[in-house]
Design a protein around this ligand. Structure first.
Ligand SMILES: Nc1ncnc2c1ncn2[C@@H]1O[C@H](COP(=O)(O)OP(=O)(O)OP(=O)(O)O)[C@@H](O)[C@H]1O
Ligand SMILES: [Mg+2]
Length: 604
């Protein structure tokens, strides 16, 4: 008997899967219809055996059975001569088989198409979700789990879908068969059904015993493992207390228990198949014999009936296994659907104001920001400005909130309170694509795609020419080392390619930013992995670059900071000092301390 809990689970899977199917609403009824028609033709082919066999038994015209359906079937061919009848029925049977298989094949193809489409839609939907959901959501989620959802669980959902369709088709097939059986003889069908249910109850009883024995076997095995482990771990104590024979006895007892339970398990589980086969055969034979004793002329009908029953059996088994399979896939389906659900996740919404050029600058007004509601503020009451065409350096100890400030400018996260203005527009009202188009960022953690150096640099501007890419690489002081790579600009880098050093990665990332030719250039410790000479060379390039640009640079090195038009000092999320180099040194605060400390180290 199906349990109530399981039924509810199936309903849950079906309910969860429905949104996936909504784009292909037409396909499901077609698939089911094809499934039903193919079962119908199969059944039809089988019942045609009744008139066929009847022709051999006796003259058809004299035959009457106690089934109106069988009589009608026999009468259809009554006017043909025996030979013609045989030929026509054989052709009809052949036609049914061919039709059934054509329909079945069309269904397989249609379903394969549907399944691949849905699989693609799911994967694409999940990837789109990854691209559009707020960055904070991704950071808060385990990346391994996300990859699992994207790869494995999506496949599982496709499988769940195919299982659901198989289940539906099997239900239809079983229904067609049962209807045909009822039409041939409702009395026989009723008797067979009752007896089948009794047999299945008996089998279920045996299966339950097998399950209990299975649990006992698992326990016996784990007890034995414990004995082994304790024997090993406590060897010193065992020997010291002279308990060798006692332990040997305990071990043998546990081992014998394993032997006994597994033997019982094998005896019981092995009996299910033979018992079920013997019982069903006895049942069928009894029906055959009893029915034939009553009416010997009904042999063709009976044989067809039994054949139909035989064909029905695997379908019933499949019904159960697909049902169980579907339940096993519930969690995968829920995982995928939960990830695709847009109602419970944060998004960065784009504004409507287009932006072609930065005119005045970026202004922070009393900006507060926290990553999570339960966490402390990462930025507190920040009021600063980044004027157009100027270079602003942000300095401060680790964890002060420098990268956080950058991520707010790039709108990776939205502020908690206050406002950021770009010229006179609030940042969140600007079209986000327009805004990000103005920016190029070289962040602290440089990411290289698994492709060529050339493509990695061109990622900054997809239509960049080779000449522009080489120019950018030269400016970023990367050209020389790229030319020394095995295949120059075509060398594959990233996870599956050549491993680059931190400094080399930084220079490629810099070239990527340069080739973008942005209005706003953001460098988050973009040169910290470089040696002094490389840094000096890049610094010169950056000086040229920053002449016509708004540059925000986070750096610890003095050389970078000294060139800046203004310096902002952050500590624990607050702006504590602000001004140019001279003003800050005069203030003699945190910046001056850091400055003098570095100078002393540098001069050592
Ligand atoms: N994704 C995040 N989720 C939660 N808290 C974060 C996240 N990123 C940073 N923080 C916290 O915000 C604070 C500021 O971090 P931020 O990365 O901005 O510092 P930083 O000044 O760039 O430091 P560093 O010089 O080490 O790069 C830190 O206390 C950090 O723990
Ligand atoms: Mg940082």
């Amino acid at each position: 008997m199906p349990e109530k809990g399981n039924n509810m689970q199936e309903a849950k899977v079906v309910k969860t899967l429905l949104p996936v199917l909504k784009f292909y609403r037409w396909a499901i009824p077609v698939i089911i219809l094809l499934g039903v028609l193919s079962s119908f033709f199969e059944g039809f082919g089988i019942i045609l055996f009744i008139p066929l066999l009847q022709s051999f038994v006796q003259n058809n015209s004299q035959t009457t059975s106690n089934s109106a359906f069988v009589d009608v079937l026999n009468k259809i061919f009554v006017n043909f001569s025996t030979n013609d009848r045989l030929a026509i029925i054989a052709l009809c049977i052949l036609g049914s088989i061919v039709l059934k298989n054509c329909l079945f094949y069309s269904n397989t193809v249609l379903f394969a198409w549907l399944n691949s489409r849905i699989g693609h839609r799911l994967r694409s939907g999940i990837f789109n979700q990854l691209l559009s959901v707020s960055y904070s959501f991704l950071e808060g989620n385990d990346s391994g789990k996300l990859i699992n959802t994207l790869s494995r669980e999506t496949w599982q959902t496709s499988i769940a879908l195919s299982t659901l369709v198989t289940l539906t088709i099997t239900i239809c097939t079983v229904s067609v068969y049962v209807i045909l059986l009822l039409l041939i003889s409702w009395q026989l069908t009723l008797i067979v059904s009752v007896l089948m249910v009794l047999i299945s109850l008996f089998i279920q009883f045996v299966t339950r015993q097998v399950k209990i024995l299975g649990e006992q076997a698992v326990k016996a095995n784990s007890d034995l493992a414990t004995r082994m482990w304790e024997g090993l771990a406590g060897m010193k104590v065992i020997r010291a207390f002279g308990r060798e024979s006692y332990e040997q006895q305990r071990f043998d007892l546990a081992s014998k228990k394993v032997v006994n339970t597994f033997l019982k398990l094998d005896i019981f589980s092995g009996s299910v198949q033979p018992i079920s086969e013997v019982l069903s055969s006895i049942l069928l034979l009894c029906i055959l014999v009893l029915a034939l004793l009553q009416d010997p002329s009904s042999l063709p009908t009976l044989l067809t009936f039994i054949f139909l029953l035989y064909r029905l059996q695997p379908q019933v088994k499949q019904l159960e296994s697909t049902r169980v399979g579907l339940i096993g896939l519930t969690s995968s389906v829920q995982d995928v659907m939960h990830f695709l659900d847009r109602s419970d996740k944060p998004y960065i919404h784009s504004g409507h104001i287009p932006l072609k050029n930065l005119e005045q600058g970026i202004y922070f007004e009393s900006v507060n920001f926290r990553y999570n509601p339960q966490e402390e503020l990462a930025l507190q009451d920040v009021s600063i400005c980044f004027p157009k065409g100027k270079t602003t350096a942000i300095v401060g100890p680790s964890g002060a909130g420098k990268s956080t400030l950058i991520s707010l400018i790039c709108r990776f996260s939205d502020i908690t309170s206050g406002e950021i203005y770009v010229d006179k527009y609030p940042l969140r009202e600007l079209n986000i694509t327009d805004w990000r188009h103005q920016i190029a960022i070289v962040s602290q953690d440089v990411y290289m795609f698994s492709t060529s150096v050339m493509e990695n640099i061109a990622y900054g501007r997809l239509d960049a020419t080779e000449k522009e890419i080489i120019e950018a690489a030269t400016l970023a002081n990367a050209h020389e080392f790229i030319m020394q790579l095995p295949e120059g600009y075509s060398t594959k880098v990233g996870d599956r390619g050549v491993r680059l050093s931190g400094g080399q990665r930084q220079r490629i990332a810099l070239a990527r930013a340069i080739v973008r030719n942005p209005q706003i250039l953001i460098l988050d410790e973009a040169t910290n992995a470089l040696d002094t000479i490389s840094e000096h060379l890049i610094q010169e390039a950056l000086n040229t670059l920053s002449q016509s640009r708004t540059v925000i640079v986070i750096a610890h090195r003095l050389s970078t900071i000294e060139q800046a038009d203004q310096i902002i000092v952050l500590d624990k999320g607050r702006v504590i000092e602000q001004g140019n180099l001279q003003q800050l040194l005069e203030q003699d605060g945190l910046f001056a301390q850091l400055y003098h400390l570095q100078y002393r180290n540098a001069s050592i």
